[in-house]
Write a protein that binds this ligand. Structure first.
Ligand code: PEP
Length: 258
């Protein structure tokens, strides 16, 4: 039985002091739990090092929300994989739909980011998912297959073992509209099947495929109980310590009931 992963994506929220307060509250909540779930917190760049310091005394690891597709040099305002690694980061979200939409990130750019992260021993949390219009026209599988193929299938099997995939239907992000457990399971099984065809059965089984999109303490248990849902990427609900801990509790309940 695999562990679950629960990752919090704070997006562009919280000042330094608020971030520290939230991290400490989460760390205190986790202290009381015999934890099997892997908890990852992805705060904004300026708080990464502070988050890594807090994590040393706690049960969570730190992720970044983005990284440059260039290694180093004259790229004003960019942050490299080596920089986030040196700040104590072990994971990094890549290809979040907000970055694909507002940061003009193409599949080719995302494929480069993944390789640069892996060179630094940082695990990419690679986001894929269809827009509402694409689901309504029945194109969701084609879209997801395309994102997966172009963003990740250039990797060797050894590299692919260090990838987490987040299925995030864009219509569910920040909307309060969650995919049903059936919709999530169907897409996660589809993704796993593509990995099996490209690599092998063991790699497909071992790959963590987590769900994101308005996941909360109210629906986490149902979603995480689906056979191919290995946890969640949590946006809004990760900004409240109690709510986030409840979602982690849901992951623990799944693990303990199997
Ligand atoms: C996200 O931004 O990755 C996300 C899933 O957001 P929310 O949970 O707020 O829908």
């Amino acid at each position: 039985m695999k562990n679950k992963i629960v990752a919090g994506n704070w997006k562009m929220n919280k000042t330094f002091d608020e971030a520290e307060e939230l991290l400490v509250a989460i760390a205190e909540g986790l202290d009381d739990m015999p934890l099997e779930t892997d908890v990852i917190i992805c705060p904004p760049f300026p708080y990464l090092e502070m988050a890594a310091d807090v994590s040393e005394e706690s049960n969570f690891t730190v992720g970044a929300q983005n990284v440059s597709h260039e290694k180093a040099g004259a790229y004003t305002g960019e942050v490299s994989a080596a920089m986030i690694k040196s700040a104590g980061v072990d994971f990094c979200i890549v290809g979040h739909s907000e970055r694909r939409a507002y940061g003009c990130e193409t599949d080719e750019i995302l494929a480069k980011k993944v390789l640069l992260l892996l060179e630094e021993d940082i695990i990419p949390i690679f986001c894929i998912g269809e827009q509402l219009a694409e689901r309504e026209s029945g194109d969701q599988f084609k879209v997801v297959e395309n994102q997966l193929t172009k963003g990740l299938f250039h990797l060797s099997v050894e590299n692919f073992e260090h990838i987490v995939i987040a299925y995030e239907p864009v219509w569910a992000i920040g909307t309060g509209k969650t995919a049903t457990p059936q919709q999530a399971q169907e897409m996660h099984a589809f993704i796993r099947n593509l990995i099996e065809k490209k690599y092998d059965t063991e790699t497909a089984y071992n790959t963590y495929i987590i769900y994101g999109g308005s996941c909360s303490s109210k629906n986490a248990l149902e979603l995480f109980s689906c056979q191919d849902v290995d946890g969640g990427l949590i946006g809004g609900a990760s900004l409240d310590a109690e709510e986030f801990i409840e979602i982690i509790n849901a992951a623990e309940t799944c693990l303990n009931s199997n």
